[in-house]
Ligand binder design. Structure first.
Ligand SMILES: Nc1ncnc2c1ncn2[C@@H]1O[C@H](COP(=O)(O)OP(=O)(O)OP(=O)(O)O)[C@@H](O)[C@H]1O
Length: 419
């Protein structure tokens, strides 16, 4: 798909901005703090309904205003697509698709397909599991939007179950609870807990299996992409190997989904147990874990505690991979997502996502930069932000459209060819 126009109203530093985009490579260039990332952040928000920089919407609205509006036009599968989104912190955001109101915001997921790589992605390798779970869920919702509802249901039940566990903990510590319909408060809490167990296991199994399936599919692309961006002499296995041959490439990088439920099931790496099997195992773990959970006042089993382990030379990358290798792994994860969407999810004949590289060239050494340039040259639309023209690698081939971003405005400089 291709972005053709982006209009922002009161988004971040822009009271108003209108920009047109061409297919191919667009470089947004400007000094630090001029608003380059703000532009690509708006596009990423349309794809994922979240920012890659902040967990809450308040920072996205121009200082002193109450609502930000992002409007974007695309061509997808040869047809125009228009998406409008109003962000009003503290109230429900509203969206329109082709000018029609969208009843649930989640229905927007899957419409705009993008992959973004940003300096924050180093955290995918080095930081806590939360970011890796978010990475998986964002990709999952782009591919199969219905799982956004499953996740919302899971989060809702998890929260209610957590509140109940805390309540049971204070009852256990001698607090007095309210009796409901003549029932002893402890008995009524225990029977409510059973209901939450069932629901949590049901939604949890669906989410867990979908993430596991995604990691199994992503893994060969990750191994292959790592070889393409790593700096090892002769490692690059060549451009665009077909997906079914990527698993055969001997790569030092791999990913696996880690879950206590899968460990309990004894599921081998790369296998995919059925939803029912996962649900039964999770339910049993929840029930046998009640005592400890009440003590700690928290749910200890389920996809909210899972992780995607990134491995290098068969060691967990966190604590093993060097800084440069960690960058290659983070980049390989994003390129793997891009390839999965492009090669296996092009359901509309035009599923190729828009590739966004936010300020990453300056973070990479020359060799990785050149390799990345070569890989992204073949993408149908790439948006790049950079503070320095000189960070753009020579290997980035073809026509490059440049937009200069300065003092709250963005102006096309024109285009030039490097080929
Ligand atoms: N809600 C907001 N209202 C007004 N201005 C904002 C808001 N949020 C961010 N800004 C401003 O936007 C600017 C940062 O924009 P952005 O992060 O896009 O910069 P950049 O060009 O990508 O910079 P760098 O090269 O340093 O990454 C800062 O000047 C910041 O003060």
């Amino acid at each position: 798909m291709q972005l053709t126009a982006l209009d922002l109203t009161d988004f971040r530093s822009y009271p108003r901005l209108s920009l047109s985009f061409q297919p191919g490579i667009t470089v947004l260039v400007g000094q630090n703090g001029q608003g380059k990332t703000n532009i690509v952040e708006a596009l990423w928000y349309l794809a994922t309904l979240s920012s890659h920089r902040v967990p809450h919407d308040a920072a996205l609205v121009h200082r002193g205003e109450s609502t930000a509006i992002i409007r974007a036009s695309f061509v997808r599968a040869g047809r125009p697509l228009q998406v409008d989104l109003e962000i009003t912190p503290g109230r429900s955001n509203r969206a329109r698709l082709q000018g029609q109101n969208v009843s649930r915001l989640r229905d927007l997921l899957g419409e705009v397909r993008a992959v973004l790589f940003a300096p924050e992605d180093l955290g995918l390798v080095k930081a806590d599991p939360e970011g890796r779970r978010r990475f998986l869920d964002e990709l999952l919702f782009e591919i199969a939007p219905r799982f956004a509802s499953v996740k919302a249901d899971y989060d809702r039940v998890l929260k209610q179950r957590g509140n109940l566990l805390k309540q049971m903990r204070s009852l256990r510590r001698g607090g007095s609870g309210r009796s409901v319909a003549g029932l002893d408060p402890a008995d009524s809490a225990a029977s409510t807990l059973e209901v939450w167990d069932q629901q949590l296991a049901r939604f949890g199994a669906e989410l867990l299996r979908a993430r596991l399936h995604l990691v199994n599919r992503l893994s060969p692309h990750l191994g292959y992409s790592y070889l393409r961006v790593s700096t090892d002499e002769g490692a690059d296995p060549g451009l665009d190997l077909p997906p079914d041959q990527r698993g055969d490439v001997n790569s030092p990088a791999s990913i696996r989904y880690r879950s206590s439920v899968l460990e309990e099931l004894g599921a081998p790496v790369g296998s995919l147990p059925g939803t029912r099997e996962i649900q039964d195992a999770m339910l049993e773990m929840l029930v046998t874990g009640h005592d400890e959970e009440i003590d700690r006042g928290a749910t200890l089993t389920g996809p909210h505690r899972d992780d995607m382990e990134i491995r290098l030379h068969d060691f967990p990358a966190k604590g093993y991979a060097s800084h440069g290798e960690s960058w290659s792994l983070a980049l390989a994860l994003r390129l793997a997502s891009y390839d999965l969407l492009r090669l296996e999810e092009g359901d509309l004949g035009d599923g190729e996502p828009i590739l966004i590289l936010d300020d990453v060239f300056s973070e990479l050494d020359t060799r990785r930069r050149e390799r990345l340039g070569r890989i992204v040259t073949s993408a149908s639309q790439v948006l790049i932000t950079t503070a320095n023209d000189s960070d753009i690698p020579d290997s980035l081939d073809g026509e490059i459209h440049v937009i200069e971003v300065s003092l709250g405005d963005a102006v096309p400089r024109g285009s030039g060819s490097r080929s």
